[in-house]
Write a protein that binds this ligand. Structure first.
Ligand code: NAD
Ligand code: UDP
Ligand code: UDP
Length: 319
């Protein structure tokens, strides 16, 4: 009946969501973007608003939603520690009530649904690198728990809807992703370091800076999500790690940002936040095999794009 596939993206006005909406439109889909603009913004989807196949709908997914679509990407949830800790109860509600509503919607429509889960479900991992079979090491009562446990419960709900209602689910565990359109004030390490370097402010290293992360460029990540949804059979449900397996210490990242911006900012050392994971690197062998996917954009190239974006925001007086 419908010539174009109708795809809903919750959190579509956020950092990852806006790139995903763009990619889906390019692939010829009819895109229904749902967002309450908590951390996302209209600015992220401004160039899409003229496209007749793009529809922007203000809605909080903790409330039911009755629409007609063929596929759902569930990305709605604040993702940076600063943002998800402002209203931790709402963060858990978004993950848990939001998942129930979106799963209920998918059940009624018999639609395929993908969950944007996270490497945070591994917590402060005692296994390295992290493979999907690892169950994680999460403090259930700490300041990160609203996000980590919320996302873990969402995974449980997805798998129970799969087992109980035979729903067609896909669960992607996303590792640290960066790129243009990151929120300038979300406190994440890549945006913090770039802004500090561009302003000549001190670079804030939390702890010793020897903790590690693996940074994936947004284009690579979005390609992985789309392949998972579009190219894998219904019996391939995940969870699948999506991220870049190149691991860097936070000090190495700071050095790279200083080099690429030509900044002479100095480093300052601040206390490590509670429950901050010491190391993180995805084992992506499953994604390589099942999605024929691996990240292509090296850190230097992705950082250069991200730096150019923040320079542009500064020139426009948006910062
Ligand atoms: P983001 O904060 O830029 O995007 C989240 C979007 O969801 C925002 O537009 C926000 O306004 C919206 N939102 C929040 N609560 C909502 C609600 N109750 N109802 C409707 N909309 C709501 O973050 P992001 O980095 O784009 O992350 C997108 C998804 O990917 C999140 O689910 C996040 O947990 C997951 N993820 C991201 C990363 C990363 O490194 N960026 C890593 C792991 C997982
Ligand atoms: N729901 C929704 N849109 C729909 C169908 C369901 O938002 O099109 C929500 C509704 O709030 C419901 C929840 O999804 O409570 C779970 O739906 P489900 O059918 O799994 O269970 P129900 O609570 O209806 O028995
Ligand atoms: N970090 C830092 N300085 C900053 C912001 C973050 O040293 O200004 C550290 C933080 O403690 C963590 C790592 O960088 O060890 C990644 O932090 P981010 O908030 O980006 O992501 P997450 O901890 O959720 O992986």
């Amino acid at each position: 009946m419908h010539l174009r596939k109708r795809v809903m993206v919750t959190g579509g006005a956020g950092f990852l969501g806006s790139f995903l909406c763009e990619r889906l439109l390019e692939a010829g889909c009819d895109v229904f973007c749902v967002d309450n603009f908590y951390t996302g913004s209209k600015r992220n989807v401004l160039p899409l608003l003229d496209n007749p196949y793009f529809e922007l709908h203000r809605h909080d997914i903790t409330f039911p939603l009755y629409v007609e679509v063929d596929e759902i990407y569930n990305l709605a949830c604040p993702a940076s520690p600063i943002h998800y800790q402002v209203d931790p109860v709402q963060t858990t509600k978004t993950s848990v009530h939001g998942a129930i509503n979106m799963l209920g919607l998918a059940k009624r429509l018999k639609a395929r649904i993908l969950q944007a889960s996270t490497s945070e479900i591994y917590g402060d991992p005692s296994v390295h690198p992290q493979h999907e079979s690892y169950w994680g090491n999460v403090n259930p009562i700490g300041p990160r728990a609203c996000y980590d446990e919320g996302k873990r419960c969402a995974e449980t709900l997805f798998f129970d809807y799969y087992r109980q209602h035979r729903l067609r689910i896909k669960v992607a565990r996303i590792f640290n992703t960066y790129g243009p359109r990151m929120h300038p004030n979300d406190g994440r390490v890549v945006s913090n370091f770039i802004l500090q370097a561009l302003r000549g402010d001190p670079i804030t290293i939390y702890g010793t800076g020897e903790q590690t992360r693996s940074f994936c460029y947004v284009d690579d990540l979005v390609e992985g999500l789309a392949r998972f949804m579009e190219k894998t059979p219904d019996d391939f449900i995940g969870p699948v790690n999506l991220g870049n397996p190149r691991e860097f210490t936070i000090l190495e990242l700071a050095e790279k940002v200083l080099e690429l911006t030509g900044s002479s900012s100095r480093l300052v050392f601040k206390p490590l936040p509670m429950d901050d994971p010491k190391q993180r690197r995805p084992d992506i062998s499953l994604a390589r095999e099942a999605l024929d996917w691996s990240p292509r954009v090296p850190l230097d190239e992705g950082l250069a794009q991200t730096i150019a974006y923040f320079e542009q925001l500064m020139r426009e007086g948006c910062l």
